[in-house]
Write a protein that binds this ligand. Structure first.
Ligand code: FAD
Length: 403
């Protein structure tokens, strides 16, 4: 079998198309929405109008058998801006949960509703993290209890840091159905638009990604139809029975979602890193000190060489994991986690170095590297912190229960 890294014509076209939107629409709007700390609905509407936000876009990118289309699109979108990029991508976390745990019928029913339509785009939220259950997903306290009379599930609890929480039409909520089984006793539920008892009460004010809405979500006796249990009741009961008998069950709902999304999240970090690197490269060629452009100093040029090398290394890990995920190759060495770990750490290091190369100018809001530096930091924290990625990788390569 041949090996090459050239992109296909379709992939190149996709990249150019998304880049064009990022350059002409996202980047010019970035500073304004960062300051406003609000979801940029007009940008979402424009993206939906041209087919860059919506069910069809996701189907097109997911149908690429190489798995590269989604990371390619994400890198360009987040090159435009991290906050607006997340406003456009937050929905896909809920979609990934439905895709990862739902039946084909549930996929068809709920995924289009997550996005709304081109004339009236909507967002969705995936609510897993809780005040007492961040990295420790097994500590989840939100409960789901089945009411056999009405065949409804009743959800009660509190979720933290939900992207699009409270402003979403569709919320996907994870909850414990059997607390005695820890993380293996959890399931994911769709909470349909307008369901009573769900409230995104507190909008959170953040360091970065400020154009993306983040909120705590409260669930007060939220009743959803039995059909909203992702995967269905028979599959859940069979899974719980396997766990109770001590047989292996296939991981918990949140973990399945995160495994699917890690390379795509790594690509987001990569986009922010590349944007900061490109800006610093240009600035270093123009900024004159001691009678010559600062780039003529090895200290600056070597820093740029390292930034570029790290970005390219991270991209190769992202592409590998995306290809493996799409082609159902098992992540035997935690390759999905490797891609997110590396890209997140590179984004933090590269954006920090970009600020350094701009000097005082880099510290000001007049230049986008200040915002990129703030936006990048989340990539060592959400979707599994860097430490949790290292835990996944180290457990995979040693076969031991590293703590
Ligand atoms: C902007 C933003 C958006 C988010 N969006 C969503 C969302 O849409 N949906 C959702 O469900 N969640 C979301 N999150 C939550 C995010 O996934 C969590 O913040 C993350 O998983 C970490 O959990 P925590 O904040 O409770 O940190 P903690 O788990 O309390 O961790 C604190 C520190 O301890 C370290 N640590 C913890 N356990 C270990 C260990 N065993 N070994 C070594 N180190 C350890 C961590 O790495 C970290 O450095 C979002 C968060 C933010 C900030």
């Amino acid at each position: 079998m041949e090996f090459w890294l050239d992109l296909t014509e379709e992939q190149n076209d996709l990249r150019e198309w998304v880049h064009g939107f990022a350059e002409s629409v996202i980047r010019p709007a970035a500073a304004e929405w960062d300051e406003r700390e609000e979801t940029p609905w007009p940008v979402l509407q424009e993206a939906a109008k041209i087919g860059l936000y919506g069910f069809e876009f996701l189907v097109n990118t997911w149908s690429d058998p190489s798995g590269l289309s989604l990371p390619l699109a994400n890198e360009e979108m987040f090159w435009g801006d991290g906050g607006i990029g997340m406003a456009l991508s937050g929905t896909s976390l809920a979609v990934a949960a439905i895709y990862g745990s739902g039946t084909p019928d549930q996929l068809v029913e709920w995924v289009p509703q997550c996005f709304g339509d081109a004339a009236d785009p909507r967002v969705a939220a995936f609510c897993s993290t809780e005040p007492e259950a961040g990295s420790d997903v097994a500590a989840m306290r939100t409960r789901a209890v089945h009411d056999p009379v009405s065949d409804e599930w009743i959800l009660t609890g509190q979720k933290a840091y939900a992207t699009n929480g409270g402003i979403a039409d569709v919320h996907v909520v994870t909850a414990s159905v059997d607390p005695a089984l820890g993380s293996r006793g959890q399931a994911a539920f769709v909470v349909p638009p307008g369901t009573r008892g769900l409230a995104g009460t507190r909008k959170l004010r953040k360091l970065g990604l400020r154009a993306s809405h983040t909120a705590d979500v409260f669930l007060d006796d939220v009743r959803v139809p039995g059909s909203c249990l992702l995967g269905g009741r028979d599959a859940l009961q069979a899974r719980l029975a396997r766990v109770r008998e001590g047989r292996r069950a296939s991981g918990q709902a949140s973990m399945r979602t995160f495994e699917l999304t890690r390379p795509a999240v790594g690509a987001q970090a990569l986009g922010i890193a590349r944007a900061a690197y490109e800006y610093a490269l240009e600035y270093a060629g123009n900024r004159v000190q001691f009678g010559r452009p600062i780039v003529d100093n090895q200290a600056i040029a070597f820093a740029l060489a390292d930034m570029r090398t790290e970005i390219d290394a991270a991209r190769l890990l992202v592409w590998r994991a995306a290809w493996m995920g799409r082609n159902e190759r098992p992540f035997t060495a935690g390759e999905g986690s490797m891609s997110k770990l590396k890209a997140g750490e590179v984004a933090v290091a590269v954006t920090g170095q970009a600020v350094q190369i701009l000097g005082g100018a880099g510290y000001l809001r007049d230049h986008p590297v200040e915002r990129m530096y703030r936006d990048a930091k989340i990539y060592t924290i959400f979707e599994g912190t860097s430490e949790i990625q290292r835990l996944v990788i180290s457990r995979a390569i040693t076969g031991r229960q590293i703590r």
